[in-house]
Design a protein around this ligand. Sequence first.
Ligand code: AMP
Ligand code: MN
Ligand code: MN
Ligand code: MN
Length: 291
Amino acid sequence: MNPVKPMFNSQLNADLHCHSVVSDGTLTPEVLAPRAKANGVELWSLTDHDEIGGQDRALAAAKALNMPYLTGTEISVTFAGHTVHIVGLGFDHHNSNLTQGLRQTRGGREERAREMSNGLAKVGIHGAYEGALKFAGNPELISRTHFARFMVESGVCQDTSEVFRRFLTENKPGYVPHRWASLKEAVQWITQAQGIAVIAHPARYRFTPNEEYALFTEFKNHGGQAVEVVTGSHTAAEALRYASTALEFGLAASRGSDFHSPDESHTDLGSLPFLPSQLTPVWALLADRIQ
Ligand code: AMP
Ligand code: MN
Ligand code: MN
Ligand code: MN
């Protein structure tokens, strides 16, 4: 038996993208880990938005279950006027450049949340900042998701997707544009901490073909090495499309559910198709970072 070989296998139930209460998920790292294990996850990463405060907890919970673990985060980036998410995997989570960069990225969230609340008040929805804050497990990470949960609880909308559609997306009353980190910064924070940068759910961005080409080209030039191909945010057709993009740009491929909550997420931890076998799985580049 060769214990290393499975990690080079594209047919591995790896789930390298999900969220806990440390960002905008509803479960703790200690509850996510056994859920992943029960769903057959063979390699796991917790990738909270702009925050690595849950990494020691996730690692300890995974170790207790004998489930291989990679450190993770999902960094918010502004590129060509759009918000893009860059996942980092397998980095040293004590790296000071990375921890300072993430702290800086989290910095503008409270002010943005207050502006969102003001926008919502103008259309008759009052107390949204305080309401959202009650749902935020980490006050530094108050996000649109917490506003959405507050507005479902208070009966304004039936579910969180309706809140996003009606209130929290561009040109809607609770939407406040925000300047996140640059693509270069995010990729460098990750790679300088010995991690691998991954373009998250590329089908979710509304880029023109030229803008998308620029994103992939610049990402590679800054040292990015992988793209999410199989994710809870992609249809089967989108996964195929980005499998081609991965080959075209010489990028490794990642796989992750983007699970946030049993009540909101349609893709559970570990419940995804395998990566197409012609791709290089990102975990093949991270074998020595798996804990
Ligand atoms: P923020 O970082 O505050 O802009 O919030 C972004 C988060 O909102 C994402 O990570 C998703 O969890 C969630 N989100 C974005 N768009 C939608 C949507 N259309 N429906 C439900 N959740 C969404
Ligand atoms: Mn989220
Ligand atoms: Mn994302
Ligand atoms: Mn995510």
